[in-house]
Design a protein around this ligand. Structure first.
Ligand SMILES: Cc1ncc(C[n+]2csc(CCOP(=O)(O)OP(=O)(O)O)c2C)c(N)n1
Ligand code: SF4
Ligand SMILES: [Mg+2]
Length: 332
């Protein structure tokens, strides 16, 4: 239960602002693009944390843009690691925490007096594709850490290559939209289903546009009795060709169109819709057409040209199919 006192935590904006000022996680001066939602997400994660946090960062935009040698924007213990093994590194740090706790050293040793949480930040390339094996192993072994996937739907840091997360139709440098190929021709990998199938205590999706939903879920993830996984919507104005000032608007529209529904999964079996997604489930007339989301990003511009109507229809079909499946799982 978020809050740990047996009753749900209702975040208070003043309390969160105070936390953000005291433990921001990352400081100003990093080099994430203007409008990059990855930075916003880190701030929201730290607003929810109650213990000190050790961060494990998979290689990707968030890592590269915050640690340009000889500087760092991180104001907390932070471990750089390779692209493919973030969850393995977090497993080691979490195992050390358990050993310290078992030996009573958080209470008795003046050098090790503070208990801590472990949070991984990984991109979609590092999670859907290259780090999936390490993540699966850590979940199977039951390591207690929170894995936060910031999902910007391509390998952005190395030049916008497609990943297993890139949605159907999207232009990337390895799925260029032209006369021969209409952008990515495959659907997104259902990673949250794969993670939930490990029956770990807590899985959720969050959008930074809904900060209150996000902080509650982050706290639930941190206080879960085992591995927790959060997939976060991460607008990338550089890779999506969207205006930086619209990042949060796009993150909201993704939820309103059911392109990115908000939900949580307890122990891999209990699926619950949250916030605006729950409202849409109760009143389907609130669901906006996916084309409204597509219009906000130039990576989908070719899908909106005459003759490409089938692409918008196919995208909408995918959204509807996934949404219907989620509704059934959540008991609607
Ligand atoms: C094994 C390995 N392959 C390739 C790379 C090069 N590389 C570093 S970051 C990156 C892309 C990361 O994509 P993602 O995880 O989606 O994060 P993003 O940059 O989009 O934030 C790649 C291919 C690497 N560091 N290690
Ligand atoms: S390329 Fe995208 S993910 Fe990377 S820093 Fe810029 S906006 Fe953020
Ligand atoms: Mg990415």
């Amino acid at each position: 239960m978020a809050g740990g006192e047996g009753k749900p935590w209702v975040p208070n904006i003043r309390e969160l602002a105070k936390r953000a000022a005291e433990t921001p996680g990352i400081t100003p001066g990093h080099r994430l693009c203007a409008g990059c939602v990855a930075g916003t997400l880190v701030r929201q994660v730290f607003m929810a944390a109650r213990k000190p946090v050790v961060v494990v960062n998979a290689t990707g935009c968030l890592e590269v843009a915050t640690t340009i040698f000889p500087y760092t924007a991180w104001a907390v213990p932070w471990a750089h690691n390779a692209f493919e093994n973030a969850a393995a590194v977090a497993s080691g740090i979490e195992t050390a925490r358990r050993k310290l706790a078992k030996d009573g050293r958080f209470d008795s040793d003046p050098d090790v007096e503070i208990d801590y949480d472990v949070v991984v930040f990984g991109g979609d390339g590092g999670t859907y594709d290259i780090g999936l094996q390490a993540l699966s192993g850590a979940m199977e072994r039951g390591h207690k850490f929170l894995y936060v996937l910031y999902d910007n739907e391509a390998y952005m840091n190395t030049g916008i290559q497609r990943s297993g997360s890139t949605p159907f139709g999207a232009w990337t440098t390895t799925t260029p939209a032209g006369r021969v190929v209409p952008g990515k021709t495959l659907d997104k990998k259902p990673l949250v289903d794969i993670v939930a199938a490990h029956r770990i205590p807590y899985v959720a999706t969050v959008s930074p546009a809904y900060w209150n939903d996000t902080v509650v879920k982050v706290r639930r993830g941190l206080e879960a009795d085992g591995p927790a996984f959060i997939r976060a919507f991460a607008t990338c104005n550089r890779g999506w060709y969207s205006p930086p000032e619209k990042s949060i608007e796009i993150a909201r529209l993704a939820v309103e169109t059911c392109v990115f529904p908000l939900f949580e999964v307890i122990d891999g079996v209990e699926w619950r819709l949250t916030g605006p997604s729950l409202a849409i489930a109760r009143d389907p007339s609130k669901k906006k057409p996916a084309v409204e989301y597509l219009k906000t990003q130039r990576r989908f511009a070719h899908m909106l040209r005459p003759g490409s109507e089938w692409m918008v229809e196919r995208f909408q079909e995918w959204v509807d199919r996934e949404w219907e499946l989620l509704l059934r799982r959540a008991g609607f």
